[in-house]
Design a protein. Structure first.
Length: 398
């Protein structure tokens, strides 16, 4: 006699309360040949230094295949931690190898920080709009997310102070340089104000910097972590995805000792350690390659692609649209005229073999439906021009 099986227990509430990433879903829609996509923040694959990376992996195995294929320490391969520390010091933030934790992409660093700092119900401040995967991360942690008012230069320090006093948040998450999704950069004076506010009112700072080395014009702006007041309270997140290759899944976390030790424990529970062979190969690559020269090639290509996008937007977007002029990074932020819904228009765009990401999912609250994010790094200037022609057909006929 067959018995009816009982249903298994329900999923955790956090697993059902956080939606899947619309960006990842849009990328799946645009993988078919012929689609010109401004949607994904994907580095250009033709600019990967495949030969240099292949040689680095060969060197990792030649030095010691046994070590490359073995378990490693949670903190990371010493030579890669040393290389990361040297690069951070060279960018104006004195850093030693012991200050660094290697992570499986900088996304993992963000997850570790959330696991270490956040209890369900804790308040997190974010820029408005902000990185979508950060909203997912904080949602899974059960945090209450409150947006900080922003303008074309980024978050407003006066509004930040008011929110800290009123909401008593545990931390502020920010992407101050070439922000995702807007591409904007927080000026130096505002960075000083953020550091001062955090020190005076008691606030953790999480500074995410995956795009900082992709500057095409203007002057370098020091990290918030380098400003007085931020020393003992800033977790700085970095990535090799944009300067080497995202498939390596290598990132790093620089944090005060107490926070870093807690993150190490959280990482041990997550994956024990990041891939040993990938870490050693990355260290060998950095030792053997002039990364400055490689980055110069990447910046030159991306600058031309950004300029192609900027040049074509006046004819591609409906009259009354606005957009910004990012000095670097991978993204441009646009706003359609009032009454236009970028999400509703996306289906028609994909039918015309062109795609973008609607801006609404990047807002923690009260989304602006007229906004959209355009990435310019994946396609050539000629492809960008064709993509904008297709986009014009969709947006100007709607």
């Amino acid at each position: 006699m067959r018995r009816t099986a009982a249903a298994p227990p329900a999923f955790a509430a956090r697993a059902t309360s956080v939606a899947s990433s619309p960006v990842r879903e849009i990328l799946a829609l645009t993988e078919r040949p012929g689609v010109i996509s401004f949607a994904g923040g994907l580095p250009a694959p033709e600019l990967f230094d495949a030969e240099g990376l292949r040689a680095a992996y060969d060197a990792a195995f030649a030095d010691s295949a046994a070590r490359a294929l073995q378990y490693s320490t949670t903190e990371g391969a010493p030579e890669l931690r040393t290389a990361v520390a040297a690069r951070a010091t060279g960018r104006g933030l004195p850093t030693g190898p012991d200050d660094v934790l290697i992570t499986t992409g900088s996304q993992q660093a963000l997850t570790l920080i959330a696991a270490t700092l956040l209890e369900p119900g804790d308040t997190v401040l974010v820029e408005n709009p902000t990185y979508l995967a950060a909203l997912q991360c904080f949602g899974l942690a059960g945090a209450r997310v409150v947006p900080v008012p922003c303008d074309e230069d980024g978050l407003d320090p006066a509004a930040l102070e008011e929110l800290v006093l009123r909401e008593r948040p545990k931390m502020l998450y920010t992407i101050p340089t070439f922000q995702n999704p807007t591409g904007r950069t927080l000026p130096a004076a505002r960075r000083r104000a953020v550091a001062e506010t955090a020190a005076r009112l008691g606030l953790w700072l999480v500074e995410d910097d995956p795009y900082g080395e992709l500057r095409y014009e203007g002057q370098h702006v020091p990290w918030i972590a380098a400003h007085p007041g931020a020393e003992d309270r800033t977790a700085l997140l970095g990535s090799f995805s944009k300067v080497m290759a995202p498939g390596l899944r290598l990132g790093w976390l620089r944090a005060p000792a107490s926070l870093r030790r807690a993150a190490v424990t959280a990482k041990q529970a997550a994956d024990l350690h990041t891939s040993t062979v990938d870490q050693i190969a990355a260290a060998r690559y950095l030792a053997a390659t002039d990364l400055t020269t490689h980055l110069s090639t990447v910046r030159t290509a991306y600058r031309a692609r950004r300029d192609a996008l900027l040049a074509g937007l006046p004819n591609a977007l409906p009259e009354g649209s606005t957009w910004n002029h990012p000095e670097g990074g991978m993204f441009l932020w646009a706003r359609l005229p009032e009454g236009r819904d970028a999400t509703a228009l996306l289906k028609s765009a994909v039918a015309h073999d062109v795609a973008y990401v609607p801006g609404a999912p990047f807002f923690a609250t009260s989304p602006d439906q007229s906004t959209l994010r355009l990435s310019f790094t994946t396609h050539t200037p000629e492809e960008i021009a064709e993509g904008l022609h297709r986009l014009s057909t969709v947006l100007k006929s709607a």
